[in-house]
Design a protein around this ligand. Structure first.
Ligand SMILES: Cc1cc2nc3c(=O)[nH]c(=O)nc-3n(C[C@H](O)[C@H](O)[C@H](O)COP(=O)(O)O)c2cc1C
Length: 198
């Protein structure tokens, strides 16, 4: 499947607060599994999405540095939480709070990745939209992807430095500022485990 056009409708899609959008990829980021919620919200059939690179749902409002951080983190064998806006097939968009983890083989090697996405708190999305806009504005100053990535990464790192926080601390500080939804990492993981076993 070719990368979808960048046509955007401006219409936001939603999903239930008790639902989790799940996808799994191989070690290169090629989608190997998508649950029913993923297919419904992203508006793809299983046949269309399996075997596609995960950037097939990339939205142009996502700064490059967020995906660099995502890949650097999971390839290092660690997990990451991130706010992501995705583009559905029709050009609609949907915000998620994603938890991406590496999957390990019997000898400790990374065999793929797994992403669980929940419906995000609106107040946090508003804050994140502002931050992502700053990062995108920085990227727009440069013609090449590599320069754009370096520039927005530098802005993000400076922001974290000024707050005296790691990326994960920053993400969870946003969560605890709000009404308590997604308030801590442990309760999030617990609810993911419950959903996986349901
Ligand atoms: C498990 C997993 C889940 C991912 N989920 C998304 C996603 O929901 N949306 C997205 O745009 N990229 C996602 N990515 C990142 C993409 O692989 C890719 O880095 C990103 O879309 C940027 O694409 P680009 O380099 O073509 O700009 C995911 C990667 C992995 C490993």
């Amino acid at each position: 499947m070719a990368r979808p056009s960048e046509f955007l409708t401006g219409v936001e899609r939603t999903f239930g607060e008790d639902e989790i959008i799940v996808s799994k990829t191989d070690a290169r980021g090629i989608i190997t599994y998508a649950n029913e919620v993923f297919l419904r919200v992203a508006q793809y059939t299983e046949a269309e999405i399996i075997g596609q690179p995960h950037n097939c749902i990339r939205h142009p409002a996502m700064p490059r540095c967020v995906f660099k951080l995502l890949w650097d983190t999971v390839q290092a064998g660690k997990e990451i939480f991130a706010y992501v806006v995705n583009r559905a097939k029709s050009g609609d968009h949907y915000w998620v709070f994603a938890h991406v983890t590496p999957t390990f083989g019997p000898h400790g090697e990374i065999t793929g990745y797994h992403s669980n996405r929940r419906y995000p708190d609106r107040d946090i999305v508003t804050k994140i939209e502002g931050i992502y806009q700053l990062l995108l504005d920085e990227e727009k100053k440069y013609p090449q992807c590599k320069e754009q990535m370096a520039a927005s990464t530098a802005v993000l790192m400076n922001l974290l430095k000024s707050q005296g926080m790691s990326y994960m601390e920053f993400i969870f500080s946003l969560c605890s500022d709000s009404d308590g939804k997604h308030a801590d990492e442990a309760s999030l993981k617990q609810s993911e485990a419950l959903c996986a076993n349901a």
